[in-house]
Design a protein around this ligand. Structure first.
Ligand SMILES: CC(=O)[C@@H](O)[C@H](O)COP(=O)(O)O
Ligand SMILES: NCC(=O)COP(=O)(O)O
Length: 250
């Protein structure tokens, strides 16, 4: 089963926020993406609302509920009270917990599961009790003990942080090494009963090798590289290109 594509709207929101104007429309581009074949929309409402604003969340939820009920809403964020309140209010199908400090420029590492097993156990338990699918951001590090702790939190999935792999666009040898670490991490996760998502700096160029190495990859969430391509090919054609890069027959 090819990986599903969830389009991250952060970069669209960042462009919109340059002016006090409603375009480019986050929901408008999201609708084009879903119409073109994306399986869902992803947002990361950071505390400073640098791109996705809390006011964006209800319109995205409504877009999916009203027009594309077979698709999913994925909300990413650090599990502070503010984020968890947003999750409760907007009821995404998936919650992806990331260990981001508010000052971080972007998500640049996965969880330290040993250090955070109490925090994650409590938060995941609360989210699972309320019916959410929970994914935990994880480095490409085949650490059986750490991944076992991730499983023991009650999470459904890990999301492989693919930033270093994406950054190797000009260093194929290092890319191969990082890809294998991601693949071994995914293999261990599967053995433990965790499903596997992936995201960060994925592109049409680097996605096919990831999908081939991780045939059980459930979902990729992609924003920066996809938005860059959308400036060149348009959103609809870009979504189709990324779906094909996932191995989908679209
Ligand atoms: C978790 C992850 O890798 C990305 O989805 C992250 O949300 C990107 O955040 P920015 O778009 O703020 O860089
Ligand atoms: N979880 C990764 C994501 O949603 C988008 O990351 P990127 O493609 O913007 O780097």
């Amino acid at each position: 089963m090819p990986a599903k594509l969830s389009v991250n709207l952060n970069a669209i929101a960042m462009l919109r926020n340059r002016r006090d104007l409603p375009w480019p429309s986050v929901t408008g581009l999201g609708q084009i993406a879903l119409e073109a074949g994306a399986s869902g929309l992803t947002v990361h409402p950071r505390p400073d609302q640098r791109h996705i604003r809390f006011s964006d969340l209800a319109p995205i939820r409504s877009l999916i509920d009203d027009l594309y009920p077979q698709t999913e809403f994925n909300m990413e964020g650090f599990p502070n009270d503010e984020f968890l309140d947003l999750v409760e209010r907007h009821q995404p199908e998936q919650v992806t917990l990331v260990p981001d400090d508010p000052a971080q420029a972007t998500s640049d590492h996965g969880w330290d599961f040993r250090l955070n097993h109490n925090l994650l156990g409590n938060v995941v338990g609360r989210l699972k009790k309320n019916g959410f699918r929970v994914s935990l951001f994880a480095d490409g590090d085949p650490d059986v003990e750490a991944l076992t702790i991730a499983k023991e939190t009650g999470a459904d999935r890990i999301e492989l942080y693919t930033g270093p792999y994406g950054g190797c666009y000009d260093d194929p040898e290092r890319g191969e090494i990082l890809l294998e670490a991601l693949g071994q991490t995914a293999d261990i996760a599967r053995t433990l009963g965790l499903e596997v998502n992936a995201g960060h700096d994925l592109t049409v160029a680097n996605l096919p090798a990831l999908a081939a190495r991780i045939p059980h990859l459930a979902e990729v969430s992609i924003g920066h590289g996809l938005t860059a391509d959308a400036l060149e090919y348009g959103m609809a054609e870009t979504v189709r290109r990324f779906c094909r890069a996932c191995g989908q027959d679209i």
